[in-house]
Design a protein around this ligand. Sequence first.
Ligand code: SAM
Length: 187
Amino acid sequence: MNLQGIIPFAHDLLNRAINENDVVVDATCGNGNDTLFLSELVGSKGHVYAFDIQAQAIETTKAVLAENKRDNVTLIHHSHAYLDQYIDQEQALAAAVFNLGYLPRSDKTIITKPDSTITAIEKLLPLLKKNGVIVLVVYAGHPGGKEEKNAVLDFVSELDQKEYFVLKYQFMNLMNNPPFVIAVEKK
Ligand SMILES: C[S@@+](CC[C@H](N)C(=O)[O-])C[C@H]1O[C@@H](n2cnc3c(N)ncnc32)[C@H](O)[C@@H]1O
């Protein structure tokens, strides 16, 4: 396939936005795949703040980072809705990523929720530097997923075009609610 898949597309956006020494956020660290990716992109002098509400996700991510000898990540066992308690409000962020939905191979009832996801986006937007991005990979096939998808789409669609570019990247002919990407770039 020549068209870029959803995760490669999301990673490509992050790769373009992030330079060495940047500070970035993984809002849903889960199994740590995105956290590791971000940690490598920002390099040893950059920093990643990674959030998850599940202890299991924090432990798995910690192990992934240790295995890869990464020591530039602060792991936070708390909702991303409270990210302002952990990130200096003067801190300019190059990027943040959300993987919405539930942790694969885990409790499928523990999911990201519209209110906390939107609160986190609202708190991240003022911290983004020029050309900084928020990338969301949206899964809507699980119970509760459709409500979150609609709430996030409504919210980002209303962002002022003078301040932000907002993009949706989606395969349109796939069955069973395939994931898609939303990206918000600060002008
Ligand atoms: C789809 S998984 C993330 C996958 C992860 N990016 C990876 O690379 O493995 C979604 C994660 O969001 C977490 N989560 C749900 N609500 C959250 C919240 N309010 N704040 C932070 N994490 C949350 C879940 O515990 C779950 O681990």
